[in-house]
Ligand binder design. Structure first.
Ligand SMILES: Cc1cc2nc3c(=O)[nH]c(=O)nc-3n(C[C@H](O)[C@H](O)[C@H](O)COP(=O)(O)O)c2cc1C
Ligand code: SF4
Length: 446
């Protein structure tokens, strides 16, 4: 276990521009590539990543080496790797900072990971509002190609791989791995749980989708070994560092690279603490798809297992901070409006349930709530578990957090017949769409 933060992913971060390939190489960049391609077998690379304990940073925390091992040695070719930079989870902006800090770390991580599963082609999937970042990656891919790190027979190793950038059409569900594959193939971007992606992903061929932060951990693991990577963590069960992005009512919202398992309180200190005059009320610990955590969790270790042990999730590590004057009914309503709009409409609990939850929250927020809405909200939020993909349970998480820890705040709305926070802090009412103007998210052809 380590208490001294060692920067692995953001060590080349500069205030004004991305690190160049020369700067990346000066710190040992691309050394792992030269020492790996054609010198270690893909299976060895897989094993090292498995031994390192690296877990996916895209939200679910699935072990990267285990995912890769799903592509069997005799699996079909071509094989694909999709670095996921969709990042449409509200509050999450770590991947953008990473890509801008050190594009060649990201590129080297992608090439090494592609080697581990013998993928010949990569598709860098990025949200359309990240156009500048897409252009940056395209430019730096050209630089990497000129240096001989991409293309045919890389560094004379016999391994060939190239990467292209694919701009998403811009829906949150396109971040979900199987929906992403559908989107790239030009199909309607809804999830597909019927295929095992390691066997039949993109164009029916073996495909691995990984978050770019996950992939960017790989060069370090191969250069310095799995034990070094494990030792970076502050928890026994954790491995590596984590990009925590902090937003909301703090003085210095930013992305902070810290050992995984750093306590929430320490991360909030790095973010400059609460804004002047603001008092801590709650956080969403891992993006909008996680539950509110009140003050009693202020010192929790921000890692997968410690959070799971207290009934919470690390998610993307995006910490959104709320203060005492912010209405959590309004904040939850704000999130649910987003989720209801972004539902792909494929399955009923999500398509119909999220607008229903939104309506209940809206009535409570404007002072027209009723006591019976509280159990109804809980029932509807739990009903989201019956949906087809992880989107709807994620959308329900802040609602459950609100009910589990801040039911009293809902009751204050009921008893006062208005939002008790009006005029005190951040208000969400102005953004509310009058109910009669909302539209069903049901797709026309279903
Ligand atoms: C609605 C939804 C949106 C998602 N968006 C993203 C995303 O933007 N980026 C990402 O890496 N993973 C996202 N995921 C998770 C992916 O499905 C997948 O688990 C992840 O990309 C795998 O990478 P990892 O194992 O490296 O974490 C999303 C999942 C869901 C259900
Ligand atoms: S849960 Fe929502 S996003 Fe997922 S398949 Fe169903 S409708 Fe689509």
């Amino acid at each position: 276990m380590n208490n001294q933060p060692e920067l692995v992913l953001l060590k080349n971060r500069r205030p004004d521009r991305p690190a160049t390939i020369e700067e990346y190489r000066a710190g040992g960049g691309y050394a792992a590539l030269a020492a790996t391609l054609g010198k270690r077998s893909p299976q060895e690379v897989c094993q090292l990543v498995l031994d390192s304990g690296l877990r996916g940073r895209g939200g679910a925390g699935f072990p990267a080496g285990r995912k890769w091992a799903g592509v069997k040695e005799d699996a079909e070719f071509p094989r694909y790797l999709i670095p996921n930079t969709d990042e449409m989870e509200p509050g999450t902006f770590k991947d953008r900072v990473l890509v801008n800090a050190d594009p060649h770390l990201v590129i080297e991580g992608i090439i090494l990971s592609a080697y581990a599963v013998s993928a010949g082609k990569g598709i860098f999937f990025i949200r359309p509002s990240y156009e500048m970042d897409a252009e940056l990656i395209e430019r730096e891919l050209e630089v990497a190609r000129d240096a001989g790190f991409l293309g045919g027979n890389i560094l004379g190793s016999g391994f060939s791989f190239d990467l292209e950038v694919h701009r998403s059409a811009g829906r949150y569900i396109c971040g979900e791995a199987s929906a992403q594959v559908n989107a790239i193939m030009g199909k309607r971007a809804h999830p597909n749980k019927e295929v095992h992606m390691a066997h039949q992903g993109l164009w029916g061929k073996p495909t691995i989708v990984n978050n770019v932060e996950t992939l960017s951990c790989v060069p370090g693991i191969l250069r310095q070994g799995p034990e070094w990577f494990k030792g970076l963590a502050r928890t026994e069960s954790g491995a590596g560092t984590k990009l925590y992005c902090v937003s909301g009512r703090v003085c210095k919202p930013d992305v902070f690279e810290m050992p995984i398992g750093t306590r929430l309180s320490e991360i909030l200190d790095l973010a400059g603490g609460m804004c002047p005059g603001a008092e801590f009320k709650a956080v969403l610990p891992g993006g909008a798809s996680t539950e509110f955590m009140p003050k009693k969790f202020y010192d929790v270790e921000m890692d997968f297992e410690p959070l799971k042990a207290v009934g919470h999730r690390l998610g993307t590590g995006a910490i959104i901070v709320f203060d005492k004057n912010t209405c959590l009914v309004g904040a939850t309503l704000n999130l649910i409006e987003y989720f209801a709009r972004e539902s792909c409409g494929f399955c009923t609990p999500c398509r119909e349930g999220l607008p229903y939850i939104r309506d209940l929250l809206w009535r409570i927020e404007i002072g027209e709530g009723k006591e019976e809405y509280i159990p109804l909200l809980r029932e509807m939020a739990r009903h989201m578990d019956r949906s087809y993909c992880a989107f709807a349970p994620g959308a329900a998480a802040p609602v459950l957090g609100l009910l589990n820890y801040f039911e009293e705040e809902i009751r204050e709305h009921l008893s006062q017949k208005k939002c008790p926070y009006k005029g005190l802090g951040i208000e969400f009412r102005d953004s509310l769409i009058p109910m009669e103007k909302t539209e069903s998210t049901a797709p026309e052809n279903s």
